[in-house]
Structure formats: structure tokens, C-alpha cells
Write a protein that binds this ligand. Structure first.
Ligand code: IPT
Length: 970
């Protein structure tokens, strides 16, 4: 089919990045375009050299054919390429989609310039109109425009054929860690302009109110034509000096007209992520009679980005970058994302305290940047270059030089007017070579107003003065290394990690420790969590196909409907694949927040509390630019005895960085045990990203520490144990035994711990009863848990006390078991309990190294909502710092547990072994009763699936662990 192109074989020609493609610009034609989205005639060929047949089906544009019922299904690989050929070669089997449709070219476009825009096609786009070749484009994440003026006839339909070749030389530099797809993934547009039109508009708006607008008119600018502009209705001046200089050096040549407009806006409202103030700019190209030939609309944010010393400054302030890496992703439509979905992504990020996005690892959909301007995000805009598998060869390969410069420069040309974009990134994981320096050189010349970054550039360390990075932007660097660098005296660049705290499965341990270090260490400014999404694709279990657009609504609160599951690598039968590594986001595939987001929200809290002993508390404003007037508060006092008192809070008038002491809002009541004071901070009025009353943070201080456990009088009863020394209790179907293991998290698996635990036999130790001793109301049971790597002696003393049974336990961990998952008790209840109520940290899931965002209080949740459905079943649903809990049925029967010390607990419907045996949630069968864990110690989560493990402080030490609890019947 591709006859017109087959002699060139552009899919194996890296030097060919385009042909017939118009230059990229920042003039947005979306508003004036005819949208060609919808069903197109479609056929999928086995290779670009196969002839097109008469067998047309159809395919929806924008969309990937890999998600639309073809036999070419999604494939997930991370670093490795999905095929063995070396760059620039590709396999002979190369799925090629041919899209065709008739397009009505409006009759009133006669005499106008007509342009076709294809929003994104992966990985090579070949365009023909009425059988004539029109153009070629590469870069799967930027639009390509082709002029059709001489090809189509206004008033007559034109036959547009878009051929998309899946594998090409470009695939080798689009080797990002994500699903491979094929298709046209952003909208296709047709629009018309005057032959003489605004070819580009470049806006520079500084925080002092200085505005400069450069307008380019491609085409000879005849006498009398002129450009005007207004900013929110206020006219801009022509820059006469610019015109004179241009005339003198004859820069206004035959093919490019330029005009510069200027203004100084007095009392300008500056743009920051906290205060995303935008002005409306309209630029018009006029004919000599004053009529308007072309118009371009822009939104302008006045702001400065500078690096001073080792600080990145926004409007002169050293800001913290609380970022996340974001792919264009949707569980039904892949890389095709609607405006509403993008807005929902950003609204959610705002609500959880993020202020920055890295567009990993390619320019995201154009609407994303409009939304970032509007809602307030700092954006690191990243070019579509990742040559991970062949990084070393490609970085210096001159055949790819053009592609590197092309991709970086076109991104800059598209996005340069967005105030949200504060840094250009040259791409990801592509080693470092001359091709990067060439691209960096282009950017520096074209846009001196923003820093450039590239992680791979730091070949000789983070202080390396290479040209490709103004920022030290490592990935997954341990906290201590970052701090050591900042303290070394050798730091030359701001240190902002481009990726950190890998969110795969149940993860993000030590996030708060990262931030404690960042906030305390000059030179450290934050980073971007990896990543926003779990890229699970909704899949029908019956035939293994993606649900596609028909899957709308077939999921709820992170769980796929019966008969469906979230597919990860390998689930489409693809070889090779990289499994669940694709599921490493802070949200589940349907954007349900994972618990880490609550942790992040608190870490990013704009309002902080400190305890001033008995005198009161100190409130601090931890923002960079805003006062506290947009917030309101409520005090909550949680007492261990079950009481919660509330009172309205008046937030003091504080500028950024200021603090104020306020008196305690409550008289501390006598008794009541521990007392915790929480300031529930909510939005005082509607914000663009949150209605009034949305929780912003929940800072908390402890006002009184009193031991929690009451000493209960011993009762005149006996406790029953069976022949194996196991507790007999009417509410338990499985007596409390020792637990040393958890269903391995992704971090446990990929960090090597899970393998060690299996080698040690921690998952199924053999319990051997050693002795049972009775004394009065107590029974002591000594057992040994025999693992391959050692024996754990476990003692339980059960004592009948008033109203229940006291359980005192100890376990001696030998030196050989020096890093186990947990030490604690596990038991199972009868069917019935459905509600967990507890005093401790919550209400969301928390773990020893991820518990900063879970305030102590009285919490309650249905048992079935305690569990987080991480894509690959694993340890889940833990609650940290629990002092007491009840587990009850709707008729209020059930059990209550009081813990001697605040402990990690979990309650759910699965045994650890059930979870560990399942690859997807649809394989799990909930048990009728509850599986309850009470842990004396529980290993931190860390981030070892990609990056540092948890800190030593969160490991389970060897030696003797002691814990105690009281079990009562409700
Ligand atoms: C790093 C990649 O940049 C990112 O795309 C993703 O793969 C992430 O890791 C892990 O999920 S690269 C890795 C080899 C450090």
C-alpha cells in the first residue's frame, strides 16, 4: 500500500524524521478546526510493504488499534526492546494500520491555506490524499501538520489515507517503560487560514510585569499589513526599536515577517503553582484595511525561573518541587486521554499536595499544559527520547542526531508559552552523547528563559558542569547520598530527583524521611515520585482481550467488575514482557488513590502544627506564596477513652514562612488517657481544583501521653487450649499463632527479600509444641517454629481476666533470621464481623515507614474496605499505631482487642498465603471470617522494587520480641 513511500522505507531511516511536515509552532488551531475524529475505515497489514486489500474494517480515531479488537495486542516491556533487531532495524513482521476516510473540504475555504493536523501517531505516519503522497512524520507524541492547499479542492470530498507503521528506527528512541501500542492516539484536525497567517507567537512575561510578544508571519509581509495584540483588553505597543533594528539589518526578508509587541503591566499578578494567575492575550494579524486575517489566543502567566547558586527560584523564591511523573494513560484507551480525564488527574494531584509534573517521558497531550497553567503546576517538559536498550550506541550515533534535535526543538516550539513549563528535559534513560549536547545547544539558544535538565548527563557526578543539565536530577538516589552531596561543599546545581519513591504495589516507604531531609538541607529541593498511574489495562478474562471503550464503568474503587481484571505485562500472552512493573503508580488504573497519597498530602501540608507543651500550639504557614486566608480549620481532640471533641479554629493571618502561637482550643479533660489534637484544614471557598470544605491536610500533635493498657483483675476462670496448645475460643476458627511472614509486596519480591524468606521457610514454618503449663487462671504454651534457616521459640501465656483473656507473647528470633517480614500473632474469626473500629492511626492504610499522613484518632471502616487492591495481590490493609479495636457484626456481636503497646495490625478476608498465591484479584476468594494480624514488629515497605530499601530503623530486629493483648467478647 505504501507504494509512494516504499522506495524510501522511512521506517528504517533514522535520518528521515519528516518530509512535507510544517514547522511546529505555538499557535493553537484547535478552536477553528474541523475535527475528524470518529470511525475511520481501517485495515491492519502484517507489514508496511503488504498491499492494501479490499477488506476494510473500522477503527476509532483517536485510539490505539491494539485496544480495538485487532489481533495485534498490547505488549509491555520496560528496558528491553520487544524485538531483537539492532537500531535502526525492525522486524519484518511490522503491524501497519491503514486509516482512510473521505473528508468534506468546506467550499468557503476556497483561496485559503488548508492544513491537516494529526495529533499523534505511533511510530511513523505516512500521509496520502487522493492517492498523492503528502508527508511523513515521526515522534509518537507530537502533532504533525501538512499543508493540503494544493492537494484538495474546497467543496469536494478528499480521500485522506493515514498509514501508521508500528515499528521503526524511531521505536528504538521511544523505548519508554510502558505498553507498546500502535495507532493514532490524538485527534485529527483540518483547518484553514489566510495564506498570510500567524506562523508563530512567542510570549515572554516576567514577574516585574514586562511582556514581550514576538509574532512571526510566514510569507512575504506586504506593505500595510500589521500585527496588534491585547492583554485582557489592554492594547500592547509595537516595539518600534525592534522594527527599526530589523529594517536596518534587513531581517524582514522575503519569507518571514516579524513583529514585536510590548507592555509593562503595572501591579502584575504573578503566576506560581500556588497562584496560577493568567491573563488573556489575543494577537491579530491585520490587512491594510484593518480587517483581521488571523487571530491567535494565548494565556499568559508572568513569572521568572532562575537558578541562583544551587537554588532553583520561581519569582525569586526557592520552592519545593513536590512532583510526580505522569504518562498519558487510560485503562480503556491507552495513551488517548480526554480533557476531562486530564483535568481529573490534575485535580486529584492538587488535592493531594502535588505542585509539579514531569511529563514522563514525552510531551504529554497539549491540553495537559493548558490545565497545568490554569490549576497551577510546575512542569518539567520532557522530549520523546528514550533509547534505553541501545542507549550507549544511539546517544552518539549521527544517524539519530537529527531525531534528537527535532524532538527536543519541536517540543520547545510547541510548549514555550506555557508559564507552567519551567524546565526542558532532553528525554530519559538514553545514556549521554553528542546528540544530547546538540539538542541542549538548540534549546539554550532558542529559549534562554528556562533551565535544561537531563538525568543521564551527570556522568561524572552531580556537580559535572556538562552542557546538557542545569539541574542535578538523579533517579532513586538514597536520602543519605543526597544529603551528603548537599553538605559536601561541592554542589553546583539544584538537586531535584527526576524520579524517586517508586510507587509499585504497596510502597513509598520512607517518603516522610525523604522530605524531612529535603526540608532540612539547603541544596535539596524535592523530586518527582515515580509515577502517577498503575498502567493496568481493563481486560476481559473470557477471551483475554482488552475491554477497550466498551469497558466504561466496568470498575469501581480500583476493582475491575466480575469477569474482568487489570492486565499487566504478560497478560496478553506477549513475549517478552516485564510483568507487573507497569503497575507502579500512586493511583490504581481507574484513578482510585492509593494510601500513599494521604501520606503525601500530609507531607506537603501548607499548615503545620507544633506543640508548645501546655501553653498551646504553634501554627506555621509552609507555602511559598500564599497566606492562609483560603483555608479554614476545625480542631479535633481525640482521647483514648473514645471521646472526640471538636471546636472551630481560627487560622492566624500568616505570610509564607511565618508562625504564630495560639492557645489550646480545649481544656484538656481529666482522665481519658492519651490525647491527640488535630487541625482539620479545609478549603474556605471554592478553588478551581476543590470545592469549599475539601480537606487539605490534617496536622496533628500529641498533647498527653498516658499508657494505654489498663490492668485488668485476674478472673476466677480457666482458659482452654487444645491438645496442640492452641487457644480454644468461640469466636475464633483459627487460634492465634506466630506469624513471621507477609504476602510479599512488589518491593519484597524485586528487592530479593521475598526469595530469602522463601529460602528460609518463613512462609510455612512447622510449629512444634514444646510444653503446656497451667497455673491458676493462666496457661503457658511454649512452641517452636522450625524454619529452614532457624528455630523461633514462641511463648504464649493466656490468662483469664475480667471480661476476657489476656495474651502475653514473646518470640526469640535467632541471628539467622535477621530480616523477617513481621513478628506477631495471626488468628481468624468466625463469619460475622463486618466492621472494624479502632483507636490508632488511620483511617487509611499505614505502615511503620509510611504513617506520617495517618492521624491518631477513632476510626471505623467496613472490613471489606480496609484492603487496598494492589494490582498483583500482596500484603495490604495494614494499620499502624493501633491501641485498641473492635471487630463487630451488624448486630453488634464480635470481639474487642486492647493492645499493650501501639501496634501494626491488619484485618482482611485473606491469609497471607492466599494473597501470595494469586496473580490477579479475580483469582482471590474471600474467606467468610476475618484474618487478623497483630504485629509486635512489622518490616517497613521501602521502595526496593526500584530504588532504596527501607531504612535500617524499620527492619525487624533479631532477639526477643514481646507483645501483649487482651481479647474480649462484645
Ligand atoms: C526508570 C525509568 O526512567 C522509568 O521509566 C521507569 O522505568 C522507572 O525507572 C521504574 O519504574 S529507569 C530504571 C532502570 C531505574
Amino acid at each position: 500500500m505504501t507504494a509512494p513511500f516504499s522506495w524510501l522505507r522511512p521506517w528504517e531511516a533514522p535520518e528521515v524524521t519528516s518530509w512535507g511536515r510544517l514547522p511546529m509552532c505555538a499557535v493553537d488551531r484547535r478552536r477553528q478546526a474541523v475535527v475528524l475524529d470518529g470511525e475511520w475505515r481501517f485495515q491492519l497489514l502484517p507489514s508496511p510493504e503488504t498491499a492494501v486489500s479490499d477488506a476494510w474494517g473500522s477503527s476509532y480515531v483517536p485510539g490505539a488499534w491494539t485496544l480495538q479488537d485487532t489481533d495485534d495486542l498490547p505488549q509491555y516491556t520496560n528496558v528491553r526492546m520487544p524485538f531483537p533487531e539492532f537500531p535502526p532495524h525492525v522486524p519484518a513482521a511490522n503491524p501497519t494500520g491503514v486509516y482512510e476516510r473521505a473528508v468534506d473540504v468546506p467550499g468557503e475555504w476556497a483561496g485559503r491555506r488548508i492544513v491537516l493536523q494529526v495529533g499523534a501517531a505511533e511510530s511513523v505516519l505516512l500521509v496520502e490524499v487522493d492517492g498523492r503522497p503528502v508527508g511523513i512524520s515521526k515522534d509518537s507524541h507530537l502533532a504533525a501538520e501538512f499543508e493540503l492547499t494544493d492537494v484538495v479542492r474546497p467543496g469536494s470530498p478528499a480521500r485522506v489515507r493515514l498509514t501508521v507503521v508500528k515499528w521503526s528506527d524511531a521505536s528504538h528512541i521511544e523505548d519508554q517503560d510502558q505498553w507498546w501500542h500502535g495507532g493514532i492516539t490524538r485527534s485529527v484536525l483540518l483547518y484553514a487560514t489566510d495564506p498570510l497567517h500567524l506562523a508563530d507567537v512567542t510570549v515572554r512575561a516576567r514577574r516585574d510585569g514586562d511582556l514581550r510578544v514576538d509574532c512571526a508571519v510566514r510569507g512575504p509581509l506586504p506593505d500595510g499589513w500589521y500585527v496588534t495584540g491585547d492583554l485582557d483588553g489592554q492594547f500592547l505597543a509595537q516595539d518600534a526599536e525592534f522594527d527599526r533594528a530589523n529594517a536596518e539589518d534587513e531581517r524582514v526578508s522575503g519569507f518571514l515577517g516579524e513583529a514585536r509587541l510590548r507592555a509593562t503591566v503595572p501591579g502584575v499578578r504573578t503566576w506560581t503553582a500556588e497562584t496560577p494567575e493568567l491573563y488573556g492575550l489575543t494577537v491579530r494579524l491585520h490587512r491594510p484595511d484593518g480587517t483581521v486575517a488571523d487571530t491567535s489566543h494565548h494565556r499568559v502567566g508572568f513569572r521568572d525561573v532562575e537558578i541562583v547558586g544551587r537554588d532553583l527560584l520561581i519569582n525569586g523564591e526557592r520552592v519545593f518541587i513536590r512532583g510526580v511523573n505522569r504518562h498519558d494513560f487510560h485503562p480503556l484507551t491507552g495513551r488517548t486521554v480526554s480533557y476531562d480525564d486530564m483535568r481529573a488527574d490534575l485535580v486529584l494531584l492538587k488535592r493531594f499536595g502535588f505542585n509539579a509534573i514531569r511529563t514522563a517521558h514525552y510531551p504529554n497531550d497539549p491540553a495537559l499544559y493548558d490545565l497545568a497553567d490554569e490549576l497551577g503546576f510546575y512542569v518539567v517538559d520532557e522530549a520523546d527520547i528514550e533509547s534505553h536498550d541501545h542507549a550507549h550506541e544511539i546517544a552518539d550515533d549521527p544517524r539519530y542526531l537529527n531525531a534528537f534535535v527535532d524532538r527536543v526543538s519541536r517540543m520547545v516550539l510547541r510548549d514555550k508559552n506555557h508559564p507552567s513549563v519551567i524546565i526542558w528535559s532532553l528525554g530519559n534513560e538514553s545514556d549521554y552523547g553528542a546528540n544530547h549536547d546538540a539538542a541542549a545547544g538548540w534549546v539554550r539558544r532558542h529559549d534562554p528563559t528556562r533551565p535544561v535538565q537531563y538525568e543521564g548527563a551527570a556522568k561524572r557526578g552531580w556537580a559535572d558542569p556538562d552542557v546538557a543539565s542545569d539541574i542535578a536530577c538523579p533517579m532513586y538516589a538514597p536520602i543519605e547520598e543526597c544529603v551528603a552531596h548537599a553538605l559536601s561543599g561541592k554542589q553546583t546545581k539544584p538537586l531535584i530527583q527526576c524520579e524517586y519513591s517508586h510507587a509499585m504495589g504497596n510502597s513509598n516507604g520512607t517518603l516522610a524521611d525523604h522530605w524531612a531531609a529535603i526540608e532540612a538541607t539547603p541544596g535539596l529541593q524535592g523530586g518527582f515520585i515515580w509515577e502517577f498511574w498503575d498502567h493496568g489495562i481493563l481486560q476481559r478474562v473470557s477471551d483475554g482481550r482488552p475491554a477497550g471503550r466498551a469497558g466504561a464503568g466496568l470498575y469501581e474503587r480500583g476493582v475491575a467488575a466480575p469477569g474482568h481484571r487489570w492486565a499487566y505485562g504478560g497478560d496478553f500472552g506477549e513475549v517478552p514482557h516485564d510483568g507487573a512493573f507497569i503497575a507502579d503508580g500512586v493511583v490504581l488504573p481507574d484513578r482510585t488513590p492509593k494510601p500513599v497519597l494521604y501520606e503525601h498530602r500530609e507531607i506537603a501540608a501548607p499548615v503545620r502544627l507544633q506543640c508548645l507543651r501546655h501553653e498551646g500550639v504553634v501554627i506555621g504557614n509552609h507555602q511559598h506564596f500564599r497566606g492562609l486566608d483560603w483555608l479554614t480549620g476545625e480542631w479535633r481532640l481525640s482521647l483514648a477513652d473514645g471521646r472526640t471533641l471538636t471546636a472551630p479554629a481560627e487560622l492566624p493571618d500568616l505570610r509564607p514562612g511565618e508562625t504564630a502561637a495560639v492557645p489550646l482550643p480545649f481544656e484538656l479533660p481529666e482522665g481519658g488517657g492519651e490525647a491527640w489534637l488535630t487541625l482539620r484544614v479545609t478549603t474556605a471557598r471554592d478553588e478551581p481544583w476543590a470545592p469549599a470544605g475539601t480537606v487539605v491536610c490534617l496536622p496533628q500533635v500529641r498533647l498527653r501521653a498516658t499508657p494505654v493498657q489498663r490492668t485488668l483483675p485476674v478472673a476466677d476462670r480457666t482458659v482452654e487450649v487444645d491438645a496442640d496448645g492452641l487457644l480454644v475460643h468461640p469466636l475464633l476458627v483459627a487460634a492465634p499463632t506466630l506469624s513471621l511472614w507477609r504476602a510479599p509486596t512488589d518491593n519484597d519480591e524485586l528487592g530479593g527479600m521475598a526469595g530469602r524468606w522463601r529460602d528460609w521457610g518463613l512462609d510455612a514454618p512447622v510449629r512444634e509444641l514444646v510444653a503446656v503449663r497451667r497455673a491458676g487462671s493462666s496457661v503457658g504454651v511454649l512452641a517452636e517454629y522450625v524454619c529452614a534457616a532457624g528455630v523461633v521459640r514462641h511463648e504464649q501465656v493466656f490468662t483469664a481476666v475480667e471480661g476476657g483473656i489476656r495474651v502475653e507473647e514473646s518470640a526469640e528470633l535467632p541471628e539467622t533470621l535477621n530480616d523477617v517480614a513481621r513478628v506477631g500473632s495471626v488468628f481468624e474469626t468466625v463469619a460475622g464481623p463486618t466492621l472494624l473500629e479502632w483507636f490508632g492511626q488511620g483511617p487509611w492504610e499505614s505502615y511503620p515507614d509510611r504513617s506520617t499522613g495517618a492521624p491518631v484518632g477513632h476510626h471505623s471502616l467496613p472490613v471489606d474496605e480496609l484492603f487496598t487492591p494492589y494490582l498483583r495481590p500482596q500484603e495490604s490493609g495494614g494499620r499502624h499505631g493501633v491501641r485498641h479495636f473492635t471487630l463487630s457484626a451488624p448486630d453488634a456481636t464480635g470481639l474487642a482487642v486492647e493492645l499493650a503497646r501501639p501496634s501494626q495490625i491488619s484485618v482482611n478476608r485473606y491469609r497471607a498465603a492466599d494473597l501470595a498465591a494469586a496473580a490477579h484479584h479475580d483469582e482471590l476468594r474471600p474467606r467468610a471470617g476475618c484474618v487478623v494480624h497483630i504485629d509486635a514488629a512489622h518490616r517497613g515497605l521501602g521502595t526496593a522494587s526500584c530504588g532504596p530499601d527501607t531504612s535500617p530503623a524499620y527492619l525487624v530486629p533479631t532477639g526477643t520480641h514481646r507483645w501483649g493483648w487482651v481479647l474480649r467478647v462484645l
